[in-house]
Design a protein around this ligand. Structure first.
Ligand code: SAM
Ligand code: SF4
Length: 350
């Protein structure tokens, strides 16, 4: 409805027209409904592209308690947040995680809760996670070669991850998605075996282009195994793939299907070669309660200070809104202006 150009009381008129809480739309028109929650910065392995061997983790008192996380989510639901993903660090090292899932699943308005895990602790927990209300799971696994697994993670645990994937399927998670970081000269030979594993075991493999969020300055563009190269490798082995007809335009992964009739899907998260910032709908809450409006954000909003300082839900919502309003157009990995965030991936929550 258009307002008359001559409005005797424009302010009250406008407030009459507004819904009780406006959705989270940023200055580029992107609607935000997806909150990724890091439940810990700790991890039981040390992937070379994510964290250094020696890390100073957050003191426990600085980490949000489950009730604090649930309070942020409850405050954010009227703003349109309805999808959650729990991540970390490694979320399964956080004691009692199923209790948090139950708390979040009980919040009216939350319609989807997912988890990203390295899978090492998954096998004994898969059923409990399902029973708590979790319905979607991504397991990170970059290789099916146990030796390369140890080189990439600086730890053992390959067999547990495989057991975790099977246990998740048995518990009811379909499909289990597998995230594989694609690094040139390191994981090229893993592309086809991982895709074959996905085809054989009903998993969707999602290849993620290596991003500059690791410790030190190991990342360089030349080390990114690009989505196009991955597709070429897959096509050489299985025949051409084509974009999935039911693509979700807001999802980070470009989904592909095989043309040989096999029902498996392959996802490509081309964060470097084809950034998807234009359709980004995500916010991130770090384990220490900082809201980040982008994986690569340089600024954060301190929700923990508000939570522990006695702020009411309206104040939390105002802070969330301000963070979204300040969101930039997109990351600048492909430009000379790119500045790497001070936080490493494990401390942001991927
Ligand atoms: N520990 C859990 C795991 O590994 O699944 C959750 C946290 S981890 C930071 C989330 C995702 O980020 C994983 O799939 C991991 O492979 C990915 N990741 C970490 N560092 C990355 C990087 N430098 N580039 C691309 N993906 C990365
Ligand atoms: Fe841990 Fe996940 Fe980072 Fe690997 S990618 S070190 S599993 S947080």
């Amino acid at each position: 409805m258009r307002r008359s150009l001559v409005d005797p009381d424009p302010v009250s008129h406008l407030s009459d027209m507004l819904p009780p809480a406006l959705p989270l739309v940023d200055s580029f028109g992107r609607l935000h409904n997806n909150l990724r929650i890091s439940v810990t910065d700790r991890c039981n392995i040390r992937c070379v592209y994510c964290m250094p061997e020696t890390v100073r983790f957050l003191p426990r008192a600085e980490v949000l308690r489950f009730e604090e996380i649930a309070r942020v989510v409850r405050a954010a639901v009227p703003l349109g947040i309805d999808k959650l993903r729990l991540t970390g660090g490694e979320p399964l090292v956080r004691r009692d995680l199923p209790r948090l899932i139950t708390l979040l699943a009980e919040i009216d308005g939350i319609r989807d809760i997912a988890l990203t895990t390295n899978g090492i602790l998954l096998a004994p927990m898969a059923r409990q996670l399902w029973d708590a209300g979790l319905r979607r799971i991504n397991v990170s696994l970059d290789t099916l070669d146990p030796t390369r697994f140890e080189q990439l993670t600086r730890r053992s645990g390959f067999e547990q991850v495989i057991e975790g994937i099977h246990a998740a399927r048995e518990a009811g998670f379909h499909p289990v998605k597998i995230n594989a970081v694609a690094i040139k000269g390191v994981t090229e030979d893993d592309v086809v075996p991982l895709a074959r594993f996905g085809r054989d075991h009903g998993c969707e493999i999602r290849f993620i282009e290596y991003m500059p969020l690791d410790a030190g300055d190991a990342w360089e563009r030349g080390k990114v195994l690009f989505a196009e190269e991955i597709l070429d490798r897959l096509a050489a082995e299985f025949g051409p793939l084509e974009p999935a007809p039911d693509q979700d335009p807001r999802a980070p992964a470009l989904d592909y299907v095989y043309t040989d009739g096999h029902p498996a899907r392959v996802g490509l998260i081309a964060s470097v070669s084809r950034p998807f910032c234009g359709s980004c709908n995500r916010l991130r809450l770090t384990a220490d309660g900082k809201l980040r409006n982008c994986l690569f954000a340089l600024d954060e909003t301190d929700l923990r200070a508000l939570l522990r300082g006695g702020a009411d839900d309206e104040a939390l919502r105002a802070a969330i809104r301000a963070s979204v309003a300040a969101k930039w157009e997109g990351h600048e990995i492909n430009t000379a202006r790119f500045i790497k965030p001070a936080r490493l991936m494990h401390a942001i929550g991927g």
